[in-house]
Design a protein around this ligand. Structure first.
Ligand SMILES: [Zn+2]
Length: 254
């Protein structure tokens, strides 16, 4: 059985792939036809240059830059971001998400993994004890996932989960949310609640109890994270914080 399967794979390769020298020639031709350029600054012949890589650093707290994150009860969700969503970082993230630069995935997953390690220390400290932490990706619409060919935020959340297991934490990737559902009637809601409501076509597809770390690609106003937090807390979860690749800088920030 195993031998037959291996034989089929080898056979497929032998017929589908050109011989080595020709393959190298085709790759070279490919570079000439579609030259690779840095996704952040357009430097030629590199997928992501060292300067643009350095824009993604250790995660720092950004929740006070997200106006829609503050809550009626005065609590504010801690949010960590690895970069400012501006300049080359914006081009890298948009290139990865919407311009077919899947070649950036290994780098960005590495950023998310290291961020998970850093945030894991903070979460372990906040919880006081170890134990399970659900890592919940903020959901993309089905149409977005189809257009991108994969669920990139879920990919990030998987990388965060891989980095989070420290100091007794037991991280579990838990895609508990989905986009969709009816947006409540806006009449009678304050402006902050309206923003949460608009972003809030987020539903819990599965009951959730226990501590949660939310993961998203970018935080701008925080309305989406706030909606995800509200949905999870209604379902019984305790949302400890959010971790994103990049955060829109506050107006007037350097
Ligand atoms: Zn660059």
């Amino acid at each position: 059985m195993a031998g037959g399967k291996a034989g089929a794979v080898i056979g497929a390769h032998a017929t589908a792939r050109p011989p080595g020298p020709l393959r190298a020639g085709l790759a070279e031709l490919g570079r000439l036809v579609v030259p690779v350029r840095c996704a952040g600054c357009d430097e030629p012949d590199v997928a992501l240059c060292p300067a643009c890589r350095r824009e993604f650093a250790a995660p720092r707290r950004v929740e006070h830059d997200a106006p829609r994150l503050d809550r009626m009860d005065g609590r504010i969700l801690p949010v960590w971001a690895c970069a400012a969503y501006d300049g080359p970082v914006r081009d890298v993230v948009v290139g990865w998400k919407d311009r077919g630069r899947a070649d950036l995935s290994p780098f960005l997953e590495g950023v998310a993994h290291r961020a998970g390690r850093a945030v894991g220390s903070a979460l372990a400290h906040a919880l006081g004890v170890g134990g399970p932490v659900l890592v919940v990706p903020v959901p993309s619409s089905a149409a977005t996932v189809r257009a991108r060919g994969s669920d990139l935020v879920r990919t990030l959340a998987g990388a965060v989960t891989g980095g989070l297991g420290r100091r007794g934490l037991e991280p579990v990737l838990a895609p508990l949310l989905r986009q969709g559902g009816r947006v409540r009637d806006q009449v009678g809601l304050a402006s902050r609640a309206r923003a949460v409501n608009r972003a809030g076509a987020v539903q819990v597809r599965q009951a959730a109890a226990g501590p949660v770390l939310l993961v998203d690609d970018v935080v701008t106003t925080g309305a989406t994270l706030a909606a995800a937090q509200a949905a999870l807390e209604r379902a019984g979860a305790l949302v400890l914080g959010g971790l994103v690749l990049a955060a829109t800088p506050a107006p007037g920030a350097p």
